[in-house]
Design a protein around this ligand. Structure first.
Ligand SMILES: NC(=O)c1ccc[n+]([C@@H]2O[C@H](COP(=O)([O-])OP(=O)(O)OC[C@H]3O[C@@H](n4cnc5c(N)ncnc54)[C@H](O)[C@@H]3O)[C@@H](O)[C@H]2O)c1
Length: 402
């Protein structure tokens, strides 16, 4: 092997070895996390043809992700250039949203002012959007994903792979079902996840950030890294799919707590305490559900970084802050209907995830008799469902098992 050991940093050397001798060696990893931009084998699609990408969803994040993927597909020969983006059709000033997107190159409703790329094609027919697609990128609000998957049964190639960017879970009789599991079960394809500290509008402005791909197959993870990684959106991968997904999902519940703190005009010490205890319960939940998940996951973008950004900048925090004001005016109106009303008033068609996730999560905690093990999540749920005044957000210790 012709490598000058003195001039090559050790990780680059490992990467070079991987490139030459894969699959004998896995890609370079640090603490279980594959480093971004690592050289890895140019794995061809199994058919020998290029990967065809379909984005299922075209909201705020879906549109940003279409833009990123479209940038990478034209630069990387393993992908077909065209990125199809399924659009839930609606009328914008009498015109179909999909037609407006294809004419203007912009999603005027969910991501105004941002050009998606000439190779993004908005398609309102789901089956046409996913026809022959071998990389399926799911990015809808979580309540719609199962129905969409059911419509797709029998209409996607057997060797297709999926990745979910969706934050949320379903509760079934046997326990929690993460969105990636729902996709795997309904469609019979392997599903990875991408989560991170990614407020869509900031990523759209190409402000620097990071994200984490959870993909059990370390070699294939590099295909997803190639699809999403850019100079401003840096993607690392880890094999721990469930750990990444649970972080991304449950942090929306912690964000409700952060919004209550803001609504009560409490300062940053209190908010930091709320975030810390939220992270602690996130970790405890992951361990109880999925066994010993490595702490590396919490130090990735999907963990502590996503928690910070969501508790400062996300839509769940924003609506939760407003909830406190409305609750003070009329406590009897607290609960589900107030969230629904505020979602409509404040989010312009975007969907709120935190309240639904809190309800699903609490169902799980009650079914397993874990409420006292998760006093903070339980307190948030009691406030969110209108059973407790938001002023009690810092009283979670009173609920804990001594
Ligand atoms: N927006 C962000 O900053 C962000 C960042 C990271 C992850 N996410 C996650 O991405 C996922 C999608 O969020 P988003 O921001 O792209 O969406 P969004 O909330 O901006 O938009 C809602 C989308 O749902 C569609 N929709 C409405 N009714 C529907 C129906 N009946 N069936 C199917 N679709 C319907 C709308 O057309 C729209 O595309 C969510 O799970 C979210 O948690 C969002």
């Amino acid at each position: 092997m012709d490598v000058n050991l003195q001039n090559v940093p050790v990780l680059a050397l490992q990467a070079e070895i991987c490139r030459r001798y894969a699959p004998t060696f896995p890609p370079p990893m640090l603490g279980g996390v594959t480093l971004p931009n690592a050289l890895s084998p140019q794995e061809p699609p199994s058919s020998g043809t290029k990967y065809r990408v379909a984005i299922i969803g075209s909201g705020n994040w879906g549109s940003v992700v279409a833009k990123i993927a479209a940038y990478n597909t034209v630069r990387n020969s393993i992908f077909e250039d065209e990125v199809r983006m399924w659009v839930f059709e609606e009328l914008i000033e009498g015109q179909k949203l999909s037609e407006v997107i294809n004419t203007k190159g912009e999603n005027v409703k969910y991501l105004p002012g941002v050009q998606l790329g000439a190779n993004v094609k908005a398609v309102p027919d789901l089956l046409e959007a996913v026809n022959l697609a071998t990389l399926l990128v799911f990015v809808t609000p979580h309540q719609f994903v199962k129905g969409l998957c059911k419509q797709m049964i029998g209409n996607i190639p057997k060797h297709a792979r999926a990745i979910s960017l969706i934050k949320g879970m379903d509760i079934t009789v046997s326990g929690p079902c993460m969105v990636s599991e729902t996709i795997e079960e309904v469609l019979g394809v392997e599903c990875s996840v991408l989560m991170g500290a990614n407020v869509a509008n900031d990523v759209a402005k190409e402000e620097f950030c990071e994200a984490t791909v959870g993909c059990a197959d370390a070699n294939f993870a590099q295909t997803f890294v190639k699809l999403f990684d850019t100079s401003y959106f840096q993607v690392a991968s880890t094999p721990n799919v469930k750990g990444v997904e649970l972080c991304g999902t449950v942090k929306n519940v912690v964000a409700l707590g952060a919004g209550f703190v803001d609504g009560l005009k409490l300062g940053s010490n209190t908010k930091a305490a709320i975030m810390r205890v939220g992270l602690e319960e996130m970790r405890k939940l992951s361990r109880k559900l999925f066994g010993d998940i490595s702490d590396d996951v919490y130090f990735q973008s999907c963990g502590v970084a996503d928690l910070i950004t969501t508790c400062y900048g996300g839509r769940n925090r924003k609506v939760s802050e407003a909830y406190v004001g409305k609750y003070k005016e009329s406590p009897s109106e607290g609960g589900a209907s107030l969230w629904e009303k505020l979602e409509k008033e404040l989010l312009g068609g975007q969907k709120l995830q935190g309240f639904l996730t809190s309800v699903d999560l609490q169902e799980l905690l009650v079914a397993r008799h874990w409420e006292h093990d998760f006093p903070f999540f339980t307190t948030i749920n009691l406030i969110a469902t209108g059973k407790l005044d938001p002023i009690n957000i810092t009283s979670y210790r009173g609920c804990s098992r001594s």
